[in-house]
Design a protein around this ligand. Structure first.
Ligand SMILES: Cc1cc2nc3c(=O)[nH]c(=O)nc-3n(C[C@H](O)[C@H](O)[C@H](O)COP(=O)(O)OP(=O)(O)OC[C@H]3O[C@@H](n4cnc5c(N)ncnc54)[C@H](O)[C@@H]3O)c2cc1C
Length: 623
């Protein structure tokens, strides 16, 4: 039982705070009640360490209970004869992961691996000279800390995968797998039924009750010629929309909720938590997988897989585990003193959605985010399930444009619009959490004191720059090195500047923005002051200083046929030339998709699970 559900503990804490006044006490009680209702341990699968130690033999072992791994573990354990072990480095979700509006507050907590990129000619305004890369370390993985935007990306993404020799991955072939996991709760028209389904485990809601800032952003974008889309996951992706989200009854619907709580009592599914998988083990002298090694509480535990090991550790950790196990670039493994099992380009081809924001601000009431306002928002949320905490409004607006071929059905730029009420640091300190340096942070805080700030993200959807993941050492507890290589290819800078000029900067010229009082603002960045304001050089300088990740790293374990020298797994997600090992997560995307990556990762997991069933049961499951 979570301590928040233990009345003896909570009343002792509440009593000791009586002196702080009734509102504070009420807030505390509300928080405890909320934590208990939303995240009590009884919701999540029990830890199976004892059972694993008693009998460390499974048919399938899934590594990582994230967006993909939770799905794979669920789908494989649908087969009653298969004994499945799911191993996760993190533990149960908590209050801040489950309340939608608090999504940003998980950064830098124990729910976040807290990665940083290596210093480079970008992310320059950060104290650490590297960009922050949050990743979920908790059941549900990054789906438990993400922004819950439900976006399937562009049809052409998947048709390109198929055209490159990845049979079975064209849009028409993968659409049923998106629909398989979906429980769409919005209006269900005939057109919608071509793309959406209502029988899957993940609840998808439409963005109802638009906030005034969401409405004005759409209105301004329409003034600029963008189409107002009714379904971002329907026939057309080009335009602007208030995005669908994976939320149910006002709380986050992560893959842990959708795929693990629902089957937590399944006898043939064991979940081991707070356990780090350190390597994949092979039968001596072969390339055939024997099992895995796990580190838990300082103890090494070996577990055997009779059929397969599936890595679902995500785009940073899956390549790390592969390399620690001897699968990776030969020279790099030798440099790390690791015995080479198979020479493959693991960790290369790293792609991410990089962005730089343009700022707008308007004077606004500081009390919006006062402690009192936040306390009453909590009370409202818990008692009635209403108010600002129940969803991600006013941040739900996204748009897609093509900056070189305006009529194309494939975007090269995506925009998010983050709306930060005055003194947001009372609630979520986005800039501080990213580790921006004092100069930038102080200016932002000063502006945000009595101004609402809107950040318009200019996101490069198909970066030409590619990075790589390398081991720092052969110690599995040491973080790998992330070379993001943002803007290595000058085309990416040109694309971001086109987005700023064609969209972000032009928003300020619309009648809608002018009437709203939102005005363009620049933070003063020393190194950019030498350039003429608004010149290409100035905008490039801003992009290299104020660089952010949209947290979409992919493609480090690239899927492709044997003829593709950059590929690590085949179109059935099996590691090339190795027996009994698949990778199923965001790392297998041949190229990052043109949109947010969570729904595509869940689709990959649905299809990957079916490929495993097909291989071992010689038949497809019903779709
Ligand atoms: C802050 C944030 C916001 C985002 N917002 C959105 C959004 O709104 N919409 C969207 O579509 N996408 C969003 N994304 C991206 C999306 O969530 C990811 O692309 C997706 O979750 C990746 O899924 P995955 O299964 O590949 O990895 P993950 O979901 O990260 O899962 C990997 C799991 O493996 C575990 N693991 C790793 N290594 C080991 C090990 N050695 N041993 C045991 N366990 C291990 C991890 O702890 C984790 O639980 C966001 C991501 C972040 C971080």
């Amino acid at each position: 039982m979570s301590w928040a559900c233990n009345p003896a503990v909570t009343s002792m804490i509440v009593d000791s705070y009586q002196v702080a006044g009734p509102l504070f006490v009420q807030t505390l009680q509300t928080l405890f009640a909320a934590q208990c209702a939303l995240t009590s341990d009884h919701l999540w699968p029990d830890d199976a360490t004892k059972s694993v130690l008693q009998d460390p033999n499974y048919d399938f072992i899934v590594v990582g209970a994230g967006s993909a791994g939770a799905v794979v573990a669920n789908r494989l354990s649908e087969v009653p004869d298969w004994k499945v072990l799911l191993v996760e480095a993190g533990g149960n979700p908590g209050l801040t992961t489950e309340v939608p509006q608090l999504f940003y507050s998980n950064m830098g907590t124990s729910f976040d691996w807290g990665y940083k990129t290596q210093p480079q000619n970008a992310c320059k305004s950060y104290t650490a000279k590297g960009c922050a890369w949050p990743r979920g370390k908790v059941l549900g993985g990054s789906s438990s800390i993400n922004g819950m935007f439900y976006v399937r990306a562009n049809k052409a993404d998947y048709d390109e995968w198929a055209a490159d020799g990845n049979y079975g991955w064209s849009y028409d072939e993968i659409l049923p797998y998106f629909m398989k996991s979906e429980n769409f709760t919005g209006e269900f028209t005939e057109e919608r039924s071509k793309y959406h389904a209502r029988d899957g485990p993940i609840h998808i809601v439409e963005a109802t009750e638009p906030n005034p800032f969401e409405q004005l952003t759409i209105k301004a974008a329409v003034e600029l010629g963008l189409k107002n889309l009714s379904d971002i996951n329907g026939a057309d992706q080009m335009g602007i929309t208030a995005c669908q989200s994976n939320i149910k009854d006002n709380y986050r619907y992560s893959t842990a909720r959708a795929f693990l709580t629902t089957v937590k009592d399944r006898k043939n599914l064991h979940v081991m938590k707070n356990a780090l998988v350190t390597k994949v083990l092979f039968h001596p002298g072969t390339k055939s997988v024997k099992g895995i090694q796990i580190s838990k509480n300082g103890q090494d535990i070996i577990v055997n897989a009779k059929k397969e090991v599936i890595l679902s550790g995500g785009a940073i950790n899956s390549p790390q585990i592969l390399m620690l196990s001897g699968i990776g670039p030969k020279q790099h493994l030798e440099d790390m003193d690791i015995e080479v099992i198979e020479d493959l380009p693991v960790g290369e081809n790293l792609q991410d959605h990089v962005f730089s924001p343009i700022l707008y601000a308007m004077e606004a009431d500081e009390n919006l985010t006062s402690i009192d306002a936040i306390s009453s928002a909590f009370v409202q949320y818990i008692l009635k399930g209403t108010g600002l905490l129940k969803n991600t409004s006013p941040h739900r607006i996204i748009s897609f444009i093509n900056t070189t071929h305006p009529d194309s059905s494939m975007p090269d730029i995506q925009h998010h619009h983050l709306v930060l009420p005055p003194s947001i640091s009372n609630m979520i300190d986005v800039f501080e959490k990213h580790g921006l340096n004092d100069n930038v942070y102080q200016q932002f805080s000063e502006l945000n004191k009595n101004h609402l700030v809107m950040l318009v993200f200019n996101i490069v959807l198909r970066p030409k720059s590619k990075g790589k993941i390398l081991l720092n050492s052969k110690n599995p507890h040491e973080y790998p090195l992330i070379h993001a290589n943002y803007f290595d290819d000058p085309e990416d800078i040109k694309t971001i500047i086109r987005s700023m000029r064609q969209y972000a900067l032009r928003l300020g010229e619309t009648k809608t923005f002018e009437a709203s009082g939102l005005k363009l603002k620049w933070l003063k960045i020393e190194s950019c002051e030498a350039f003429e304001k608004l010149s290409d050089e100035y905008l490039e300088c801003i992009a290299r200083e104020l660089t952010f990740s949209l947290y979409h790293p992919t493609s480090t374990v690239k899927m492709g046929p044997k003829t593709d020298k950059a590929a690590v797994v085949d179109p059935e997600l099996r590691v090339h030339n190795v027996k009994g090992l698949r990778v199923i997560d965001a790392s297998i995307m041949p190229d990052v998709v043109r949109g947010n990556t969570n729904a595509p990762t869940i689709m990959i997991a649905e299809k990957g699970s079916d490929l495993i069933k097909e291989a071992w049961l010689s038949k497809h499951t019903e779709l």
